[in-house]
Design a protein around this ligand. Structure first.
Ligand SMILES: *Cc1c(COP(=O)(O)O)cnc(C)c1O
Length: 319
């Protein structure tokens, strides 16, 4: 069976995003290297436009709209960063946008989405079905629905983060990527496979919601209840129809980390690297630094996926 995206799709997205997305820095930490006995290369998407890699996939999708789609607009459902990515991309491309967001989304994410000029509609993430709400809106208003991960243009766009990382640091032994619905890791795995074929790709998800780990191990998409974790960007209940086959084919393993480990990683990022990282953004870093995966002696890429955390909440985690 052929996969939803190929390396050429990521390469095309990379061209589309040139001069639009930030080429984010790859940061090093001698302390992190000393503590782990590895060479860690942190790809810092917390410094991406709107604060997370989601801008890449959103812009790559919207930039390929037809004139008619552009006129009618885009709608999306998201726990936050995808909403902001869509809202910003829509503003840059002059496309009207409506976002369906959980009512308990971090205040910063909702405010930023509205700030980009998008309409925001809220729902209860524990009782309502966001996909049904999004689909109804799309149907009623003729808008194009862009899902947060299960879309080939989104997956290809997210892969450009890994494209930049490999361009900058060369081949790696291991690439650690957080995952919710698997859009980011799908794109990144396709790139790793092409540019650094012997690189192992390992996904990291919250311990409270290890649906991807279960899915990978059982060979079918496992659905779980909405997990209760501080990693709000990874509270997905199941992998996508398009992302799962890529993960099955190109991802070597999936590991989990606890909320306490995420807080530890966020503290390290703040104290040692002077960086604000959101809980979900710290998943791969926590796995690398706290033993969820063996890194000793390896060159390891670690994707820090985002930095959008409520400042008061962050202060609570760091205290
Ligand atoms: C969306 C998101 C993720 C998960 O990405 P998927 O493509 O759904 O796997 C991880 N980190 C952050 C910061 C996100 O916004």
């Amino acid at each position: 069976m052929s996969l939803a995206i190929a390396y050429a799709d990521v390469a095309a997205a990379h061209d589309r995003l040139k001069g639009v997305a930030h080429r984010t820095p790859v940061m090093r930490s001698q302390t992190a290297d000393r503590l782990t006995g590895a060479e860690l290369f942190f790809k810092c998407e917390n410094f991406q436009r709107m604060g997370a890699f989601k801008f890449r996939g959103a812009y790559n999708a919207l930039a390929q709209f037809s004139a008619e789609q552009k006129k009618r607009g885009v709608c999306a459902f998201s726990s936050g960063n995808h909403a902001q990515g869509i809202a910003l991309s829509a503003r840059l491309l002059g496309i009207p946008a409506t976002l369906v967001m959980p009512k308990d989304s971090p205040a910063v994410k909702m405010a930023a989405t509205r700030g980009y000029g998008a309409e925001v509609i809220v729902y209860d993430r524990y009782t309502e079905d966001r996909e049904a709400i999004g689909r109804k809106l799309a149907l009623e208003r003729g808008m194009t629905l862009i899902p947060p991960y299960d879309h080939a243009h989104v997956m290809a766009g997210q892969g450009t983060a890994a494209q930049e990382l490999f361009e900058e640091v060369g081949s790696l032994d291991l690439l650690l990527v957080c995952l919710g619905g698997g859009g980011l890791i799908s794109g990144c795995a396709v790139v790793a496979h092409e540019l650094s074929p012997s690189c192992r790709v390992v996904g990291v998800e919250p311990e409270a919601g290890n649906d991807a780990q279960q899915s990978k191990r059982t060979g079918h998409i496992v659905r779980i209840e909405t997990p209760r974790t501080i990693a709000d960007g990874a509270q997905t209940q199941f992998l996508g129809q398009l992302t799962f086959p890529v993960i099955q084919a190109l991802v070597d393993d999936i590991v989990t980390v606890s909320d306490a480990q995420l807080i530890e990683a966020m503290r390290f990022a703040a104290a040692r690297m002077k960086m604000v990282v959101e809980p979900t953004g710290a998943l791969a870093m926590a796995a690398a630094m706290q033993g969820a995966v063996e890194v000793r002696g390896n060159r390891v890429g670690v994707i820090i996926s985002g930095g959008n955390v409520d400042i008061a909440q962050l202060a609570g985690y760091l205290a």
